[in-house]
Design a protein around this ligand. Sequence first.
Ligand code: FAD
Length: 427
Amino acid sequence: EVSFFWFRRDLRLEDNVGLFHSLQSKYPVIPLFIFDDAIVESLPETDPRVGFIHENLSKINEKLKESQSSILIKKGKTLNVWQALLEEYDIKEVFFNKDYEPYAIKRDVLISELLEKNSVLSSSFKDQVIFEEKEITKADGLPYTVYTPFKNKWLEKYKTMAPVAEYDSLSLLQNCFKRKFHFPTLEDIGFKESKIKVRDHNLKFVSNYQDIRDFPALDKTSYLSAHLRFGTVSIRKLVNWAFHKNDVFLSELIWREFFMQILFSFPKVVTQNFKAAYDGIQWRNNEEEFKRWCNGTTGYPMVDAGMRQLNETGYMHNRVRMVVASFLCKHLLIQWQWGEAYFAEKLLDYEMSANVGNWQWAAGTGCDAAPYFRVFNPEIQQKKFDEKGVYVRKWIKEFELGYGKPMVEHAMARDRAIVTYKAGIIK
Ligand code: FAD
């Protein structure tokens, strides 16, 4: 008789809500991770995110060994894996943390039904956010679609409970099932080491966040994004700390929850404009131009530096993400879904809610988005945020030699975008 704790995007033993509850169940707990074929099969074999997951599972495994236990790793279709586990073990209860992406919600319903059919209890927990689903709503119970009132309500609610409770899962690890499971190598699961690595997070500059955050050359933002994506840091610990540290930084963590709430309440945003009024825009969608954007050869240094940083490191500074996204949608009139998909493939911190939300913000099609007539001028952005050209020189090696001609002239592209948007908006 055993319980299971199913790790997914919560790859840590500290302050892990679902793990904490599982370790209080009556039965010894088998920690489990499944490399889900539905997700990993479409990835290149050097995908650095799989390497990062593997590395963190290995750390978890090492820690579990201290209490004579280990993590069970499986690869396959989740449903098949669970069917096999049900045959192999006398499972009494299964615990996991909630994931709010549309695919994950469907998968979890399917698995919970399978467990129920086999008379196994399953329990899911809020772990990756402070407030989930419908916890922050307008007075009429409907979801917020504008950030500032969402943030105000979020803060009001947080203050009534601050600091939010943390969960000492770490001190209960002796309740894990005592067995050494085989720990597979990255090659065993069909992947290879990538040169691209997730950077450690860095909270050193958070107290000056408002002064440093917009300057990509400083490179002093927290690098928390990939860690929050895979749950290698706890959002509760982070927010309890950030609350006393810096309001602007805390606001960014609330943006993260805002977009998660939008995705949960309006799952259509994954592929469709949040504002249907923008469905009539005639995108140019030129494939050659898209390639130039992807490769960082548009002739605009700020855009090209950003895309090269992304291609080389799997990361791009937020200010530059805004510039490249605006450039794709407005200057080139390529629909945001193309850019969103490219980011999804490349970003180590790829998070569906934040990526879709920010892309729709840049395209002007999202909730609380930049107005369509606001077209970033990539040269002015560079002057403002990389005045000395330190960032662009870092990523464009040939920069000193005189840089290429812009692929589209700004004033023309700006006017074309405004005319096209105006004509496409459905009244
Ligand atoms: P910091 O500036 O130190 O911020 C701290 C944390 O706040 C971040 O780790 C993140 O969790 C959160 N945060 C900050 N800005 C935003 C924001 N605008 N929206 C939501 N959360 C935010 N972020 C992702 O995590 N995944 C994505 O796939 C993603 N795609 C983006 C696409 C575009 C077009 C744009 C403009 C932004 C995108 N962002 C995304 C938001 C933001 O750029 C990154 O979170 C940030 O650059 C990560 O670096 P950091 O952790 O050092 O950020």
